[in-house]
Design a protein around this ligand. Structure first.
Ligand code: HIS
Length: 417
């Protein structure tokens, strides 16, 4: 049987679950403050939906399942696509709001990370508007979210899907060549790009422009100037103007210190059409957040709805927060453990329930339940005994007569802490 066991290190223990849940609450709260409402899409999707769509997700990366009628399904490989489909199939929904957030598992198996099939994404999608103000607001929200989590040195790298697309459109590459070039640019492999283009006999001006792309990285105003110089046509100039307009609004938000521009940024999803971005935190090599504008995705569902969004990789955030000691180490999740003698059972259980109604977290045991109380890191322990009731916390031992008194003592104790 052993060979069928999955990697149990990927299960989530109680302590880890609390930490993860706290992190997700922080994200959800921040998304709500920008007017986003939570939605969910189904875990199983029809494979046909993805196999007939152009330019979305690599079909080999999707995890397939066969249902009892023999239909091929896939486990949700992305959230942006099904949410867009949901909105496109009922545009009236947009009148009830156009901002959605989610916390959902996503299933993909890439060649490089074969053992990492399941990740949790917490993301937002904003539909119906395509302006630099909308772009900047979404980027500002991404920055606000990373700040909430306590990261001090993080950067949002911002690029433009259209700038690179316009440039490579002039190269007439096969899909395979395009993928290779993307890989070289993504890894900023300057030594290989030149020889690669030479083999394709690309003309000098184009070759110089492509080779410059990985270097278009750094201070936004500087990158805008340099990118504008090498832009080969009006369309490329428009993309630069778009980035410059977005940057002006980001300055108005006061978040420019967290932004760098990278025109060599290529996000994995093929549906991006405008600004794209990725969030990086210090000493963690993978992005913790990625997103961008995808104004043409809804056309795959026979309608037109501009949109932009991003998703945080919850597990990457957790890893990087643990490394940076940003996780609050409060494992005390129980407020009171109540021990009672049989003669005081009724008093003790009524007290327990009254306190639970008031929101306290309570566990009860009979007095002869001789477990080691040190194992439970509760904030205090209350004894209901025939002789005298006692509540003990780290600082003192105090007698009490009934649960009203106990509750008052707890409130005082909470205030002191
Ligand atoms: N769905 C994208 C992230 C995203 C959300 N909205 C726009 N982009 C991804 O998984 O990479």
């Amino acid at each position: 049987m052993d060979q069928y066991l999955f990697d149990s290190t990927k299960d989530t223990s109680v302590g880890d679950f609390q930490v993860r849940d706290n992190l997700i609450s922080i994200l959800k709260n921040r998304f709500s403050t920008y007017g986003y409402k939570q939605v969910r899409t189904t875990t199983f999707e029809f494979y046909d939906l993805y196999s007939t769509m152009s330019g979305t997700i690599n079909k080999d990366e999707m995890l397939k399942v066969i249902d009892s009628y023999g239909k091929v399904l896939v486990l949700r490989p992305d959230v942006t696509i099904p949410i867009t489909r949901m909105i496109a199939s009922n545009k009236q929904r947009l009148s009830q709001g156009s901002r959605f957030f989610y916390v959902l598992d996503v299933f993909r198996q890439s060649f490089e990370q074969a053992d990492n099939k399941e990740t949790t994404q917490a993301g937002i999608e904003s539909f119906g508007e395509s302006t630099p103000e909308n772009d900047a607001e979404v980027i500002a929200l991404a920055i606000h979210t990373l700040k909430d989590l306590g990261f001090e040195s993080f950067k949002l790298e911002v690029g433009h899907a259209g700038y690179f697309k316009e440039l490579v459109n002039q190269l007439a590459l096969s899909q395979n060549e395009l993928d290779q070039l993307k890989g070289l640019i993504q890894s900023k492999n300057l030594t290989e790009i030149g020889p690669f283009l030479e083999r394709l006999s690309v003309d000098k001006e184009l070759c110089d422009a492509v080779q410059a792309i990985p270097l278009l990285y750094g201070d936004p105003e500087d990158v805008i100037k340099r990118a504008s110089k090498i832009a080969l046509n009006e369309k490329m100039q428009q993309k630069i103007k778009n980035l410059s307009d977005i940057y002006d609004v980001l300055k108005a938000y006061g978040v420019e210190d967290s932004v760098i521009f990278d025109l060599g940024l290529i996000n994995n999803m093929n549906y991006y059409s405008g600004v794209i971005f990725q969030g990086f935190v210090a000493s963690f090599g993978k992005p913790v957040l990625m997103g961008g504008r995808y104004d043409h995705l809804a056309e795959q569902f026979d309608t037109s709805i501009p949109a932009i969004g991003f998703a945080c990789e919850v597990d990457n955030l957790l890893h990087s927060m643990t490394r940076k000691n940003l996780i609050a180490n409060d494992t005390t999740s129980i407020d009171v453990i109540i021990y009672y003698e049989n003669s005081k059972q009724k008093d003790a259980l009524i007290a327990a329930n009254t306190l639970r109604e008031a929101g306290y977290r309570i566990i009860t045991y009979t007095m002869d339940d001789n477990r080691n109380i040190d194992d439970f890191s509760s904030k205090c322990i209350a004894y209901f005994q025939t002789e005298e009731n006692l509540v003990i916390d780290k600082k003192r031992k105090t007698p009490f007569t009934n649960y009203n008194e106990l509750e008052l003592l707890l409130q005082e104790g909470m205030r002191d802490n």
